[in-house]
Design a protein around this ligand. Sequence first.
Ligand SMILES: [Zn+2]
Length: 74
Amino acid sequence: MSRMIADCRRFESDNNCSLTMIGEEQELINAAAQHAVSAHGHQDTPELREQLRGLLEPEDSYIAGTRQPEPFPA
Ligand SMILES: [Zn+2]
């Protein structure tokens, strides 16, 4: 099973978060949900997890360094 990326650099955030997580999808959803709660003040809900799932990117699209952030999708 291929790994996926959840990349906080991709989105604008209050704390300019630079965290990038890579892992298999279910691990990554769990880790990203915990991070969204602890670092970004989200509520860990099925809706949040569904949204996170839609934001994952393939591992081989990883780009090192900085990334131009875009607004977080509402
Ligand atoms: Zn973050």
